[in-house]
Design a protein around this ligand. Structure first.
Ligand code: ADP
Length: 544
């Protein structure tokens, strides 16, 4: 049989355990400053009651290392208000915080460390102080004073106080974590808002999707352009895409598909997008980049879409005007060149100023006609409107005719022009007039850019599938940096500035496009001994 005292003891310890459990779950559920205050207050109250102390207090250390929250139990509201300035941890509390060890003091008044008590603090004799430590750092302290009946603190009291301090530590730690989480959430939300504002105010459409093509982010411009929405999938779109020339885009070829399939960076691809809902085609410049995680694994793609319809519309207008103007110029120019030629012939015998002027008009009109012809060719080639009249013919005859035209120019500069044709002749399949134009252009350039007295040669190598024509000279050659640029329209090498050779920079681009239209290639080769070698290939005629 248990004695009355033992029964009482069991009841008391049962209720202590219940209180501890309640405090423990309270500490785990902390989700804010208010909750923390309330729970710490409960802890300090319970600790006082359980240890049968007259007074208990709990202090929490702030960022400056001093106590900035101080909760008390055992004094009335009024007494607390009269305390004056609350302790900040200079005296005994400071010792607790600094040393991080429990202290038991039988008489506070006689302890030298007991300074900094608030002026109207109730008088106290005995003290049990316990640091509150969280993850190895002292974050506060809990202390009890004046145990009932003047008893001294027992080991059990210290053990219980340590339990309460542990609960307080968990509660303070959780509150810290919660505060940090909250701040992190606020920062993330602010970032999200900032990104949204930036995204929505960009002039370009932006889309982000995962590797399956599920759209995770899309700004309003991209939404309008592509008729897609967040949550949708890029592979389930209703828009049609085509190349600038109208031929349909193979889905696998689209920049986004390439990035999602191979992780490629694709820059500035021109796509025509047709939205059935709007019925209008828009020109879009698309760039895509892979999204990688920290280990470099592909996790999606980001795509940027720039609506360039207005630029393309202006370009189309410009092209139309350009081809219309050159076309309109051509007819009167034909009459002018013919009349100027006749006039020059008529007055040639008279000599003197009139004949000189007539020759000048004739030469200028001829130059102008050539320029207008070049512009017309360029415009037709660029818009795929130049038709080739292909047939099998003997290239030798065309080359001979072209060299006859060029020979007087070479002679005038004292240059030596040699032509080497294959023994058995060579038949090619091409547009004879256009091939002559190509050869004339290359020969004329060779004469123009090679100094007086130089050597120019034309040779042919006749293969089964293709025939390669080479025009070489021993002139100054082309600067390394200009090798590809000379094939751009209107580009003229800086080298010419000293040579003062006249020209427009249209010859080589037209020549290359004409060759390519035949399915051949035109390139400039490194001439080991100086000078330039231009080569081009065209299909050899299939023997019947
Ligand atoms: P243009 O002769 O009217 O300037 P082209 O397109 O025919 O235009 O040639 C472009 C440039 O290429 C020329 O300005 C010249 O600098 C360079 N070039 C062409 N042919 C030769 C050559 N045989 N030797 C050196 N430079 C050349």
């Amino acid at each position: 049989m248990l004695t009355e005292d033992e029964v009482q003891g069991l009841k008391t310890s049962g209720s202590i355990i219940r209180q501890l459990l309640a405090l423990h779950s309270g500490a785990l559920a902390i989700s804010g400053e208010l909750d923390l205050d309330r729970l710490l207050q409960q802890i300090v109250e319970t600790a006082r009651r359980v240890t049968r102390s007259r007074y208990a207090a709990l202090g929490v250390v702030g960022n400056d290392g001093l106590i900035d929250l101080f909760l008390t139990s055992g004094i009335s509201k009024q007494e607390r208000e009269q305390l004056g300035e609350l302790p900040r941890g200079h005296g005994l509390l400071g010792v607790l915080i600094k040393e991080g060890k429990p202290i038991r003091i039988p008489n506070i008044q006689e302890d030298a460390r007991s300074v900094g008590f608030p002026p109207h603090h109730p008088p106290m004799l005995t003290l049990l102080g316990m640091p509150i430590s969280y993850m190895g750092r002292v974050v506060g302290d809990l202390y009890l004073t004046d145990k009932e009946n003047g008893e001294l603190w027992s080991d059990e009291d210290e053990w219980l106080t340590a339990m309460f301090a542990n609960h307080a530590a968990v509660a303070i730690g959780n509150a810290h974590l919660y505060r940090e989480l909250q701040q992190e959430r606020e920062r993330a939300e602010a970032d999200r808002l900032r990104h949204t504002v930036i995204l929505e105010n960009l002039p370009e459409g932006v889309m982000v999707c995962d590797t399956q093509g599920n759209i995770t982010l899309l700004n309003a411009i991209a939404e309008r352009m592509l008729g897609l929405a967040v949550g949708g999938n890029v592979h389930h779109r209703t828009i049609a895409t085509s190349h600038a020339d109208g031929s349909p885009y193979d889905d696998r070829e689209l920049p986004l598909s390439r990035t999602l399939a191979h992780g490629d960076h694709v820059g500035g691809q021109h796509i025509v997008v047709l939205q059935p809902s709007q019925g209008e085609a828009i020109d879009v410049l698309t760039s895509t980049a892979p999204l990688l995680d920290s280990s470099g694994r592909l996790i999606g793609a980001v795509a940027v879409y720039q609506d360039i319809s207005h630029i393309k519309a202006v370009e189309r207008l410009k092209d139309e005007f350009f081809s219309m103007a050159t076309h309109e110029l051509r007819t009167p120019l034909t009459s002018i060149t013919m009349s100027a030629g006749l006039l020059a012939e008529l007055v040639a015998g008279q000599g003197g100023k009139v004949a000189g002027l007539a020759r000048l008009v004739d030469d200028s009109a001829e130059r102008m006609r050539r320029l207008v012809d070049d512009l017309l060719d360029l415009s037709r080639l660029e818009h795929g409107r130049l038709t080739l009249y292909r047939r099998d013919f003997n290239l030798g005859a065309v080359i001979e005719h072209a060299s006859e035209v060029i020979a007087p120019l070479a002679e005038r500069k004292g240059q030596q022009l040699t032509v080497q044709l294959p023994q058995g002749g060579c038949r090619v399949n091409a547009d004879a007039t256009r091939i002559e134009q190509v050869i004339l252009n290359l020969l004329a350039n060779a004469v123009k850019y090679t100094p007086a007295g130089g050597r120019i040669s034309l040779s042919v190598s006749n293969g089964e599938a293709e025939t390669v024509i080479a025009v070489a000279d021993n002139g100054p050659g082309v600067l390394e940096d200009d090798r590809e640029r000379i094939f751009e329209r209107f580009y003229r090498s800086k080298q010419n500035e000293t040579g003062r050779a006249s020209g427009t920079g249209l010859g080589l681009p037209i020549t290359r496009m004409l060759v390519e239209l035949h399915g051949g290639r035109l390139w400039l080769e490194d001439a080991s001994g100086g000078g330039s070698v231009f080569r081009f290939s065209i299909p050899t005629a299939v023997e019947s």
